[in-house]
Design a protein around this ligand. Sequence first.
Ligand code: HMG
Ligand code: MG
Length: 291
Amino acid sequence: MTKRRVTIVEVGPRDGLQNETAQVTTADKLALIDLLARAGLGRIEATAFVSPRWVPQMADHDAVMRGASRRSGVVYSALVPNEKGAEAALAAGAQALAVFTAASETFSRRNTNCSVAEGISRFIPVVALARRAGVPVRGYVSCALDCPYEGAIGPAAVAEVSTRLFEIGCDEIALSDTIGRGTPERTSRMVEAALEKVPATQLAGHFHDTSGRAIANVAAAWTLGVSVFDGSVGGLGGCPYAPGATGNLATETLVTHFEQSGLETRVDLERLREVARWIRARTTEASGCGS
Ligand code: HMG
Ligand code: MG
């Protein structure tokens, strides 16, 4: 039997830095992206083409996407909320796009100023643009377990939004525990519900680690066939519109977990740990939190 492969998606430059109070310079973002590629990460979410009024930390998206070193074998993606963002991201050389909505109406409104249905309708032209450009599209489902405003979210809501994203042509659906309160049991029920309509090969897991259970949730999703997981180097970040959300699961923890389970991640753990220290020093320095 061939061994299952795991794919790790690095979201630190986007999901991590979008929530840091520190304003990391564009030059440091470019250095970070290159260090991550050199550490072996094959998919890097480099920035977000969102409104700079909503997320000022991502205002330099154009310079970041244009300036990112293009190492062969590495896919550099951008988060986009609408057609305007998608056009700009593709013009700047994004090799993959990610759209985002939620399994919670309140979160959708707080994060993107529109309902879930309106948000998804904005993704239709995004998918069309991506198809023409020949790049894949990921669709995030935020609040797949809990919403900071509505509380626990049922698996049926996640299944419904995942199905819609899949139907409009998203190539991958990223089930996201935005505020990191999920448990392995609830993760299993949520993934099982999504699996009714979306094949495991097109699902990804995006877990924040607020309660320290992200690895247990990854393991639960892996057991059900999910093989793509997100990490944020150094555990950076959170979401500016999800109060209480801490960073994503640290990529180095994710790599360690899979390597210890006997799977090859192709990530150089030592190098990655160095990158984590490097960016951590920059974010604490820049926020004035350093001693
Ligand atoms: P809005 O204010 O309703 O937009 O924002 P609008 O259409 O009314 O336009 C207002 C202004 O924004 C206009 O500019 C537009 O051109 C501009 P003006 O004419 O006033 O100068 N605009 C844009 N500018 C740059 N890029 C764009 C863009 N679109 C419009 N793409 C909007 C609606 C969706 C734009 C806004 O709410 C937004 O940008 N939200 C993004 C919030 C965000 O980035 N949140 C964090 C990422 S999601 C997340 O972290 C969760 C995730 O990690 C998974 C998980 O953990 O759950 C993915
Ligand atoms: Mg996130």
